[in-house]
Design a protein around this ligand. Sequence first.
Ligand SMILES: [Zn+2]
Length: 282
Amino acid sequence: MNDRRRRGRRHYRRGLALGLACASLALTACGDPVIQRRRGVDRMTFLDDSALEPPDPEDIPPPPPRDRRQVRGAAPLVARCANEGGEHGRSVGRATDGELVQGCELPERGPGYVCRHPARFGTPFVVAALQAAAAQVVRVHGQGPELVIGALSADGGGPLRPHRSHQSGRDADVGLFALEGGGKVFRALRPSEFDVERTWTAISSLIRTGRVIYVFLDMDLQEPLYRYLERSDVDEATLQRLFQYPGGHDSKRGLIRHARGHRDHFHVRLSCGNDDGEDCLD
Ligand SMILES: [Zn+2]
């Protein structure tokens, strides 16, 4: 069986499993398993009923339209690339063994964020999603500490030390917000220092793209985030889909997973989308 057919089968099985889980949980907003199979993305679209407007570095974008079909319809977020010709950037291969063709450079500054890392190239979708997340934090919480964005991928992708992934323009490191002292540097946080509200606004904005495969965050920091959502009346089924916590480090559950070295930032990986080619591999 060739690679693509194998992938197709995997996506089909995953879609089917999700469909069954959705049916058994009677969640009205579950993702469509057919769409899941065909596109291999949108795994988390059932979490939210909003889409994101294309972010514009000049303005904070208006509130997102509340039509989930717009997310499914794969109208890609449009990035304002700093480099010419970045609009057609696409991810090739895997995050751990891939490249980035005509990557979009995240501008060093934009509404609500700063990124001084030299490796700040991603696919247009990923760059736009990060800009939208920063803008969303400003929209929800007002002016305050900026979202500090770290490494994405190198120009052209490929190996980026000391990371194993970050090779194909679909990974990004994002600083956590602290309750005191702003968010200006990557700083390891104790749970009591962690600004869960601002950080969740950024993470959830990314998840709402429907393209997040994983968020890596230390287990000790997952707990306060989990408790915050629990207090916010997020239902149990959604919490289970979102968090590895309270499972152990080896638990295979949840979109938000523990990984060492993620006390001062979270790592987000987005899936391949229609805007990437067939040679993009999740
Ligand atoms: Zn990372």
